[in-house]
Design a protein around this ligand. Structure first.
Ligand code: NAD
Length: 252
């Protein structure tokens, strides 16, 4: 129970990696606010946590909407009294086309959901963490934040931005008790990758994944468990950096 009495917010907690993060944070004793634009799936995550004996609540949020973000923060403080961990995880894929074929609207949408949301969510949560003189912000980057790939210009740019954002927050607030870290998952089997046809033979990342040392896709729990570790005091000397969790696919 490394996170006993801590309070975590997980955006995109209704599915895939965010669901696993929520469940694994709760397993370590954290109370979890599962924040997602799909309230039904957030409710399902909360049920899973409660079935394991944990404590959690769901709240509907679009992470690009300032008013709804403010509501999540207020809801968390009213319900649990503090915010110790923020997982900026909600994200979407891009058009996965080359630059000239990417509509500007698609660029704006992906950058808003995958990068601007970190600025908005972190800005909303930081004052509470600074008052507490401690807090952990964990951002979901991607192996596409480390490499150029078939993921396309919007996603690759956004996820490189996530890694820069992570460093800069540590640089600005690390001296005030804030840890800011990122995980960079490889291809993990979730609704996002399955719906985009990324996994399986013919998928845009199939060869890259199969040729990597692990030679397989990852599972959501392989990310959720790392995030629970990063949120805990066991990771107290880790700040401003990104942990690749990609079966070795980014070593080439
Ligand atoms: N699955 C992978 O292989 C993989 C690899 C690297 C990085 N990632 C990143 O991990 C994160 C989660 O991806 P996933 O695979 O679990 O996807 P997913 O589609 O299974 O889950 C994403 C969740 O985010 C929610 N969401 C989407 N837009 C939102 C918004 N504007 N506001 C609030 N909630 C929103 C969705 O409702 C969904 O519940 C994303 O940031 C993604 O870029 C995923």
């Amino acid at each position: 129970m490394k996170l006993k009495d801590r309070v975590s917010i997980v955006t995109g907690g209704g599915s895939g990696l965010g669901r696993s993060m929520s469940v694994n944070l709760a397993k370590e004793g954290s109370k979890v606010v599962v924040a997602d634009m799909n309230l039904e799936s957030a409710d399902e995550t909360v049920e899973m946590i409660k079935e394991n004996g944990g404590e959690a609540s769901s709240v509907e949020v679009d992470v690009t909407n300032q008013e709804q973000i403010d509501h999540v923060v207020q809801f968390t403080l009213d319900t649990y009294g503090s915010i110790d961990v923020l997982c900026n995880n909600a994200g979407i894929g891009g058009a996965a086309e080359k630059l000239l074929d990417v509509p500007t609207e698609s660029w704006d949408k992906v950058l808003n959901v995958d990068l601007k949301s970190l600025f908005l969510m972190t800005k909303a949560v930081l004052p509470t963490m600074l008052k507490q003189e401690k807090g952990v912000i964990i951002n979901t980057a991607s192996a596409s934040g480390l490499l150029a790939s078939n993921a396309g210009i919007e996603y690759t740019s956004a996820k490189h931005g996530v890694i820069g954002f992570t460093k800069q927050v540590a640089f600005e607030y690390g001296h005030d008790g804030i840890r800011s870290v990122a995980v960079a998952p490889g291809v993990i089997e979730t609704p996002l990758t399955e719906e985009a046809g990324m996994t399986g033979p013919g998928g845009i990342f199939h060869d890259l994944t199969m040729n990597a040392p692990a030679g397989r896709y990852g599972k959501p729990d392989e990310i959720g468990k790392v995030v629970a570790f990063l949120a805990s005091d066991d990771a107290s000397f880790i700040n401003g950096t990104t942990v690749p969790v990609e079966g070795g696919s980014s070593i080439y």
